[in-house]
Design a protein around this ligand. Structure first.
Ligand SMILES: Cc1cc2nc3c(=O)[nH]c(=O)nc-3n(C[C@H](O)[C@H](O)[C@H](O)COP(=O)(O)OP(=O)(O)OC[C@H]3O[C@@H](n4cnc5c(N)ncnc54)[C@H](O)[C@@H]3O)c2cc1C
Length: 493
């Protein structure tokens, strides 16, 4: 008999004893009730302490408004294994998996009527191997990871925004300040602990279950629930960077500086940046910002000087750390909006960036925003050196770089206008795609971490990768359980 069976029996016996003492009939009328019997302190129902608070932490209001029948807070892989085997599979209950809750896809990490597996209690940050590696719980947020690691003067190639969760970020790829050096964050992972759709707990790495190890990198939870993530640490040296803001007439110069920054990445792996512009309805104007980091703390770096030399309205570059900059960027990303996000990829050229800007400008002229509405666009170069480090399912070809990752976000407040704004966003996506295709700048890559519900990142992968993923899925999820149990997940058809 396996250990967890013993544990399960003990838990059920305890629950029965409790019920007998309370002289109430034993009833597990719902999967949540059975879960609560098995894990008395780890299930929170609507109206109970902690439920509303957990719901409020979602990045988008549409996700926060979904009402799971209960939220289950596993403390480790074993809890998840028991829950799947004894509650979810027998009852065919539907679940959602939430690490940091920062997906903008409604239903990706929360669920109406089903059970949300809330991994926030699985947030360990444990340094090992003579400080060379760290094992992270998926429910940790990057700000907590950085705060814990900096006590030992360490950091990692992780998220650029403090409140983002480790789990979703890593499984969807992970674009960090160290991408030129080490690729996507998922490329740097040494080992995952995962509970497969069948309920097996596996440690997967380059030598064990290599197929699953590879498939997890970029597939956003399509292959099970990741419960631990082991990755290399880096020294927490000072970095140099920050935000600079510009006015519209200088936008073409900033686009050019971003292109030059990406072009020199082969020779300079340490400087990175992104460019955002946003229409702010409250102020009836566009704002333009870059965020730059030199990971070696070089203040007099040529690539940074090129941005500083363009007349700018405000902001400044200064000495900071990866953790502090993640806190800074967090402040410009408030919770509490309804949101729609989608992504596109193009070749990297100022003409593509200007064309995207023009389409978005026309969009703002034809859209009835809420008083505090926003449409924001971020351009992030995917440099050739970033693409060289590929050990994931994306299979992007370095010689195709540098590419430009484009993410577009709409924010609004009025729930009655959800259909209006999602229709508008779909039209904007269509117009941007058409414009990029006309310029011969369109690239089919769909970055999972920025994709909308309508964008399936698997759809544009090459046939060989798809065949390998399909074979991996047949091996670890032979009965195609996951797509039925986790309706909100991105899955292979
Ligand atoms: C303000 C902001 C800043 C961002 N900055 C960056 C950035 O710098 N770089 C970047 O690459 N991305 C960035 N993103 C995108 C972000 O990485 C994705 O939205 C990511 O999926 C969020 O992870 P999460 O754990 O917070 O989200 P969740 O909403 O909890 O999860 C996202 C998806 O992953 C699945 N999932 C989560 N945990 C697990 C797990 N343990 N096992 C299996 N499946 C799981 C969920 O089911 C869901 O489908 C940002 C997003 C926001 C909102």
């Amino acid at each position: 008999m396996r250990l967890w069976h013993l544990f399960l029996e003990a838990s059920l016996a305890a629950a029965q004893l409790y019920q007998q003492q309370a002289q109430t009939p034993l009833q597990y009328s719902t999967p949540c009730a059975l879960l609560a019997a098995l894990f008395p302190e780890q299930v929170v129902n609507p109206g109970e302490e902690g439920y509303a608070h957990a719901q409020e932490k979602y990045w988008s209001i549409q996700q926060a408004e979904l009402i799971p029948a209960c939220r289950f807070l596993p403390r480790g892989a074993r809890d998840i294994q028991i829950a799947l085997a004894d509650v979810i599979h027998p009852s065919n209950a539907s679940i959602a998996i939430s690490s940091g809750g920062h997906s903008s896809v409604t239903g990706a990490s929360n669920i109406d009527d089903g059970i949300t597996f809330d991994l926030s209690d699985m947030s360990g940050v444990n340094v090992g191997d003579m400080e060379e590696t760290v094992v992270l719980g998926p429910g940790a947020r990057w700000r907590d990871v950085y705060r814990t690691l900096q006590k030992q003067n360490l950091t990692v190639s992780g998220g650029r925004v403090g409140s983002v969760g480790v789990g979703g970020y890593v499984l969807g790829g992970g674009f960090s300040w160290f991408a030129n050096q080490y690729g996507w964050t998922c490329d740097t992972i040494i080992e995952f602990e995962v509970v497969t759709p069948q309920g097996e707990i596996l440690w997967v790495n380059a030598g064990h279950h290599e197929d699953l190890f590879w498939a997890l990198k970029g597939s956003l939870g399509a292959f099970g629930i990741v419960t631990k993530i082991k990755m290399p640490t880096l020294p927490n040296t000072v970095v140099y960077g920050g935000a600079l803001s510009y006015e519209q007439p200088h936008f073409p110069l900033v686009c050019n500086a971003l292109k030059n920054l990406a072009a020199r990445a082969e020779d300079d792996l340490t400087t990175q940046g992104y460019l955002s512009f946003a229409w702010l309805q409250a102020e009836k104007r566009f704002e333009y910002d870059v965020y730059l980091i030199n990971t070696e703390g070089q203040s007099s770096h040529e690539a940074l000087a090129a941005f500083e030399a363009i007349p700018h309205l405000g902001g400044q570059l200064s000495t900071t750390t990866i953790g502090k900059s993640a806190d800074d960027i967090d402040r410009s990303n408030p919770l509490g909006f309804r949101r729609f996000k989608f992504t596109l990829t193009s070749t990297l050229s100022p003409s593509a960036m200007t064309a995207v800007h023009d389409v978005v400008k026309t969009f703002t002229e034809n859209t009835k925003f809420d008083p505090t509405g926003v449409v924001g666009v971020t351009f992030q170069p995917l440099t050739s050196s970033h693409l060289k480090a590929q050990k994931n399912i994306f299979n992007l070809i370095p010689s195709h770089g540098p590419l430009l990752l484009i993410s577009v976000e709409l924010w609004w407040n009025d729930a009655d206008r959800d259909i209006y704004f999602s229709g508008k966003a779909n039209k904007l996506q269509h117009d941007l795609e058409a414009t990029l295709k006309k310029l011969d700048a369109f690239h089919p890559f769909i970055y999972p971490n920025y994709a909308s519900r309508e964008q399936n990142p698997f759809a544009t992968l090459d046939p060989v990768t798809m065949r390998m993923l399909a074979a991996t899925k047949r091996k670890y999820d032979p009965n195609d359980r996951w797509s039925k149990i986790v309706p909100g997940s991105t899955y292979l058809n």
